[in-house]
Design a binder for this molecule. Structure first.
Ligand code: ACM
Length: 555
């Protein structure tokens, strides 16, 4: 009943009795020349934490019996050149895990948790909740597993609606529980700036809140302030929390478009003589900072602060939906264009993104852009492209660049889950569990080169209509369960088998307290009702798909 489906899972006769709990031993795999410094200590912390969380740490609460050994060997194996595999063996004598690094240790711990009854996932751990499925033994067997794609992510927009730190950390836990290994955190946009820069304090003081939020397309405002930001210490904590759970946090500073909050804080970075405010409508396009040297210098300092705090291998620079209409009329911008010999404002879009990506590269950080960045040329050779504007944009990007597949259809989980009129207000148009289950990250009609550029994919939760964690849960699950299997296993081959495993998996989500959308429709309190959350959009996903493909060539 593992989800995602493992490469190999075989049962052996016998069961392992866990009544006395697990005694944890973490060591280096004999054949390895040594994992990087600190890996073993961090792996030990992860294993102890996970085993304690399951209620299985020896001595608690069953301290009069002999604990069962849980041997965890960490290191690279000769037969696993990509270094992402893990194995888990359960015998009547104990459990042995072999894993290459912190991430695959985390995957193995997820496997172990899934071999236990779902009630093991309750906060009180196994044995504490009195549930009838609490058999304290597991069947013997061996799991051998490794992922098909190296990038398996979930994006969370913490701008349209702010998510408190505890929600972000919980999101990381839920990603890890599905063997996702990337959390993309969309930290800046027109509706707020969520990084409490110490170098530029107005970013948080001014940019991190708005006096009101427009709740519906009919223009209803709540007239209640909304905001929040993460301190650099919070961001460091979030990144480290992710690392120890095998989830790389990918922060995004979205420039040069989607920058109303940045311009509200520092108007000199934007269009002279224009009023700049943090947007109170959840959707707002048509904003941008200037792409000139002083702005590059400002953003470089912000990036340095962010990278110093988070120590991340990737930073997303945005690049999407930028209003360049005023750039050709601004003397500072046209002056710089002349210096560079540029004739088109879009060349300045590319120039800014490349300058920032080069700065990141000098720090050993790889840049990511939305696919507009590829259209204008705002990419270095190793820049990763997130192609959101449909299949054509993805296919084009994969000819030359590594791609993380994030097409609106079917990875934008902020769209409705079905055409049921009871669905709460979201973007309008349905992206169903079936649509996600059928997603092909590397389509069969792509060339080998294109297919080899596919790093993987991710789902996105944009939060225009997502006020809190309950709605995040609703939109993300169970669609994320299907995407997890697509990205881990390469596709869902046996759909009835997946459906059976998903039904069981939903009882795990119940134990974790995840308020997913039930397979047969929303619960009464998950529906839109007759108020501002009533679904009024008549958009169909077909029309939206046609629109997004039609804008795929725009810079
Ligand atoms: C996007 O949806 N503008 C990336």
């Amino acid at each position: 009943m593992l989800l995602p489906r493992p490469k190999h899972a075989g049962q052996r006769p016998g069961r392992l009795d866990l009544t006395a709990g697990l005694a944890v031993h973490v060591e280096q795999l004999a054949a390895d020349d040594g994992p990087p410094d600190g890996t073993l200590a961090a792996a030990e912390r992860s294993v102890l934490r996970a085993v304690a969380r399951l209620g299985l740490l020896a001595g608690h609460p069953r301290d009069d019996a002999h604990p069962v050994p849980l041997q965890v060997r960490v290191g690279r194996r000769a037969d696993d050149p990509t270094g992402t595999a893990h194995t888990l063996d359960v015998t009547p004598e104990g459990i042995t895990i072999e894993a290459t690094d912190l991430e695959s240790v985390s995957h193995a711990l997820t496997t172990l948790a899934q071999l236990l009854p779902p009630s093991a996932l309750r906060a009180a751990g196994l044995g504490a909740s009195g549930a009838s499925d609490e058999v304290l033994d597991v069947p013997c067997g061996r799991v051998e597993d490794s992922p098909r794609y190296p990038w398996r992510g979930g994006m969370l927009d913490v701008v349209r609606h702010f998510a408190p730190k505890r929600t972000v950390l919980r999101y990381i836990d839920l990603l890890a529980a599905h063997r996702f290994n990337r959390m993309h955190l969309h930290l800046t946009d027109d509706q707020g700036w969520r990084i409490a820069s110490e170098r530029f304090p107005r970013l948080a003081e001014v940019g991190s809140w708005r006096p009101s939020t427009r709740l519906g397309p009919d223009g209803e405002h709540d007239r209640t302030p909304h905001g929040g930001s993460y301190s650099l210490a919070d961001l460091r904590e979030i990144a480290r929390y992710g690392r120890e759970r095998g989830v790389v946090v990918v922060p995004e500073i979205d420039v040069p478009g989607h920058t109303s909050a940045l311009r509200a804080a520092y108007p000199e970075l934007g269009r002279p003589g224009v009023d700049h405010t943090v947007q109170d409508t959840v959707w707002a396009g048509g904003s941008s900072v200037s792409p000139t040297r002083p702005v590059v210098a400002f953003l470089t300092e912000v990036l340095d602060e962010l990278c110093d705090a988070m120590e991340v291998p990737y930073v997303h620079l945005g690049g999407d939906e930028c209003d360049m209409s005023w750039w050709a009329e601004d003397p500072a911008i046209t002056g710089e264009m002349a210096e560079h010999g540029y004739s088109e404002p879009s060349q300045m879009h590319a120039h800014l993104l490349r300058a920032l990506a080069s700065h990141l590269a000098a720090r050993g950080v790889r840049a990511i852009v939305w696919d507009e960045g590829l259209v204008t040329g705002g990419v270095l050779e190793d820049t990763i492209v997130m192609a959101w504007r449909g299949e054509r944009a993805s296919s084009r990007a994969a000819r030359t660049h590594d791609v993380v597949r994030s097409p609106l259809f079917p990875t934008y989980f902020n769209f409705d889950q079905s055409d049921d009129p009871r669905e709460p207000r979201s973007e309008g148009g349905a992206i169903t569990l079936d649509d996600v289950a059928a997603f092909a990250p590397a389509p069969a009609d792509w060339t080998d080169t294109q297919r080899s550029h596919v790093l993987g994919g991710q789902f996105q939760v944009w939060t225009e209509w997502v006020p809190d964690e309950r709605r995040i849960d609703y939109l993300a699950f169970p669609r994320a369960c299907a995407l997890a299997e697509v990205l881990w296993s390469g596709g869902i081959e046996d759909r009835p088998g997946f459906d059976a495993r998903l039904r069981h998996h939903l009882t795990r989500l119940d134990a974790l307290g995840v308020e997913y959308r039930p397979l047969d429709g929303p619960l009464p309190w998950q529906q839109g009702g007759e108020g501002v959350w009533k679904r009024t959009s008549t958009d169909t996903i077909g029309a939206t798909r046609t629109w997004v493909e039609s804008v795929a060539d725009a810079p």
